[in-house]
Design a protein around this ligand. Structure first.
Ligand code: NAP
Length: 313
C-alpha cells in the first residue's frame, strides 16, 4: 500500500475490462484517495456496485468527472468525443484527462476540441487485454509487464504527463511516449491487422462448403483455435477501431496482401525454398517476443495437457 495516494479522486468513465482492471489495481495499491466510476447502462452500474471494488458508482459521466484530479475514459473509441463534450463543463482546474482507446489520432481529434484549456489532456493506450469484456472481466494484474503508450499533444504540461506515466508504472506497465500518428501505424500492424485476419479466417471456416462446422470445431487444435481467441473480441470495440484507424489499417492491409500473394505464388510454383525461408524468419519473431518477456516460452501457449493413462475428466 502506498502511504499517500497519487490522486485524491480518480474518475473511471466506463467499467469494462480496462476500466475494471484499472479500478482493481488502483484500489489494491492505494493509488487514489477515492475511485468513482460510472457506466452507460443501469445494469452495469448495478453490477459494479455489487462487486464493491470502487468507492462510489454514480449515475452520470458528469457527476463522475466532477472535481476529479484524474479522469480516464474507458469506453469505446467512437464514444469519446461525445463524453468529452458532456464532462467538459465539470472538469476541475488542473485535472488530468486521459483515455485508454486502442486508436489515438481519432480520439485526440474527437476529444481535444471540447476540453478546457486549464486541464491537461494526456491520451493513453495500455497495450494489454483479453477477449473478454464487461464489469466482471477485469483483473488487477492485467497491465504488469505490458506497455502503456502515452500520446500527449504538443505543448502538454510535462509534469502532468509524468504523473500519468507514474500511475501506469504503479499498475505494473512500462510507459512509452509517441505521437498519435505513429501509435496508430504501429498498432495497425501489431494489433489491428492480426484481429482483422483472425476475424476473416474464422468466418471463412464457418462459411465453407464441403467441410462441416462440427469438423472445424473438432479439429481446431491444428491452429484454427488460436485465431478464435482473437476473433472472439468485443464487436463494438473492434468496429470502432477499424472505423477510426482506417488509413493506417488500409496501408498495412496493402502490405499484407502483397506478402500473401508472394506466398500464394510460392505454393503454386512448389517453391519450397521460398516457403522455408519465409517460415524461418517468422519463427525468429516469435523467439524475439519471448526473449523480451512479452510472452511465455512454454509451448502451445502453456496449455496443460492431460496425463496418459488417466481417464478423461
Ligand atoms: P468493455 O469491457 O466493453 O467496457 C466498455 C465500457 O464502456 C462499459 O462500461 C460500457 O458501459 C461503457 N460504454 C460503452 N459504450 C458507451 C458509450 N457510448 N458511452 C459511454 N459509455 C459507454 O470494453 P473494454 O475492453 O474495457 O474497452 C474499453 C476501451 O479500452 C476501448 O476504447 C478499447 O479500444 C480500449 N482497449 C481495449 C483493450 C481490450 O483488449 N479489450 C485493450 C486496450 C485498450 P455498459 O457496460 O453499460 O454498456
Amino acid at each position: 500500500m502506498n502511504s499517500a495516494p497519487m490522486f485524491r479522486k480518480v474518475a473511471l468513465i466506463g467499467f469494462g475490462l480496462i476500466g475494471g482492471s484499472i479500478a482493481r489495481g488502483a484500489k489494491s495499491l492505494g493509488l487514489a484517495g477515492e475511485i468513482v466510476t460510472t457506466a452507460r447502462s443501469a445494469e452495469t452500474r448495478a453490477r459494479v456496485r455489487e462487486l464493491g471494488i470502487v468507492d462510489r458508482v454514480v449515475e452520470s459521466n458528469a457527476e463522475a468527472a466532477d472535481g476529479a484530479d484524474l479522469v480516464i475514459l474507458c469506453i469505446p473509441v467512437g464514444a469519446c468525443g461525445d463524453v468529452a463534450k458532456e464532462i467538459a463543463p465539470h472538469l476541475k482546474h488542473g485535472a488530468i484527462v486521459s483515455d485508454v482507446g486502442s486508436v489515438k489520432g481519432a480520439v485526440v481529434k474527437a476529444m481535444a476540441p471540447y476540453l478546457p484549456e486549464d486541464v491537461h489532456f494526456v491520451p493513453a493506450h495500455p497495450v494489454a487485454g483479453t477477449e473478454n469484456s464487461g464489469p466482471d472481466s477485469g483483473f488487477a494484474e492485467l497491465f504488469i509487464n505490458r506497455w502503456c503508450i502515452l500520446t500527449p499533444p504538443e505543448g502538454t504540461n510535462a509534469e502532468a504527463t509524468e504523473k500519468l506515466a507514474a500511475f501506469w508504472r504503479a499498475l505494473g506497465a512500462n510507459v512509452e511516449i509517441m505521437t498519435p500518428e505513429h501509435h496508430d501505424l504501429v498498432l495497425a500492424v501489431t494489433s489491428h491487422l492480426p484481429h482483422l485476419i483472425a476475424y476473416t479466417i474464422v468466418s471463412t471456416a464457418e462459411e465453407l462448403e464441403g467441410v462441416t462446422q462440427s469438423e472445424v470445431l473438432k479439429f481446431s487444435a491444428g491452429g484454427f483455435r488460436d485465431f478464435t481467441r482473437i476473433a472472439a473480441s468485443d464487436p463494438t470495440m473492434w468496429r470502432d477501431v477499424f472505423l477510426t484507424n482506417k488509413d493506417a489499417v488500409l496501408e498495412m492491409l496493402g502490405e499484407f496482401q502483397e506478402d500473401l500473394s508472394k506466398l500464394t505464388r510460392a505454393i503454386r510454383r512448389g517453391d519450397g525454398d521460398a516457403l522455408f525461408d519465409h517460415f524461418t524468419r517468422t519463427r525468429a519473431i516469435r523467439r524475439g517476443i519471448v526473449q523480451i518477456g512479452q510472452d511465455e516460452a512454454a509451448p502451445d501457449f502453456g496449455r496443460r495437457h492431460k496425463q496418459l493413462g488417466k481417464a478423461p475428466e
